[in-house]
Design a binder for this molecule. Structure first.
Ligand SMILES: C[S@@+](CC[C@H](N)C(=O)[O-])C[C@H]1O[C@@H](n2cnc3c(N)ncnc32)[C@H](O)[C@@H]1O
Length: 228
């Protein structure tokens, strides 16, 4: 991943991001809802990290759902973080970190919940495995990692069907050919869609238990695991 190019790409989208993503993926809101809805309700999440928070569509939901938690929002794109900050307002419990989340290091056992939406796929397979292991280290006992993202199918044929249906879906939702080409160019240059089943395995190898895919539609899925 060229992090400067990724940051610039999302900087350039920051003012229109929500409209563009909702045209591109009409079930985007449902996916964010699922990420929140399936979080275990019996665990206190006092310290939260969001990776790749962008302009804050998941951030506002998390901030509302956990009104007393301290939350760190991390993103490469300064312009997107500015939009996120203006939506959330200034509160001592929020920190905005313009950083590459591959380089984060938090204290061991210091975070109760790590969330992310459509950001982890920017990492290569090896980088994902390293990230999962680092997240496991940051999490407190019984802490949870939950992320929504794009995943490959188990076979090339399944993945090709996903891409075909996605193209039709976004077109029906009003996404133009130009917009589709923009996403596909970004995807070719910066995205790494690893199979869902591989990533479930990597989470288990990183020390997570109760690993599950709690929601899925085409290549999008929400996955979560708890620290043992
Ligand atoms: C597709 S957007 C998703 C934004 C938001 N989470 C959402 O659900 O709509 C991906 C975001 O991840 C950020 N990102 C990608 N790779 C990153 C990295 N290595 N470190 C920090 N942020 C990253 C991008 O800058 C961008 O804002």
């Amino acid at each position: 991943m060229n992090e400067q190019q990724v940051g610039r790409f999302f900087d350039s989208l920051s003012q229109d991001y929500t409209a563009v993503i909702e045209r591109c993926f009409p079930r985007y809101r449902e996916m964010l809802w699922a990420l929140l809805d399936y979080l275990p309700s019996d665990k206190p999440f006092n310290s939260i990290v969001e990776l790749g928070s962008g302009t804050g569509n998941l951030s506002v939901l998390i901030a509302r759902a956990f009104p007393r938690a301290t939350i760190r929002f991390v993103d490469l794109s300064g312009d997107s973080l500015n939009v996120c900050r203006s939506r959330l307002g200034h509160h001592d419990r929020f920190t905005f970190e313009e950083r590459d989340f591959r380089e984060l290091s938090y204290e061991a056992n210091s975070v109760d919940l790590v969330v992310s939406s459509i950001a982890v796929h920017h990492l290569t397979s090896t980088e994902k495995q390293q990230l999962f292991s680092r997240i496991n280290g940051w999490l407190s006992p019984n802490g949870v990692f939950s992320f929504a993202d794009q995943f490959r199918g188990a076979t090339d044929a399944i993945y090709a069907r996903h891409m075909h249906h996605w193209r039709e879906l976004s077109s029906a939702a009003g996404s133009s050919g130009e917009e589709w080409n923009m996403w596909m160019m970004h995807q070719r240059e910066h995205d790494h869609h690893d199979p869902l089943v591989d990533q479930l395995g990597w989470l288990a190898e990183a020390g997570f238990s109760q690993v599950d895919c709690v929601w899925r539609y085409l290549l999008w899925a929400v996955v979560q695991g708890s620290k043992q």
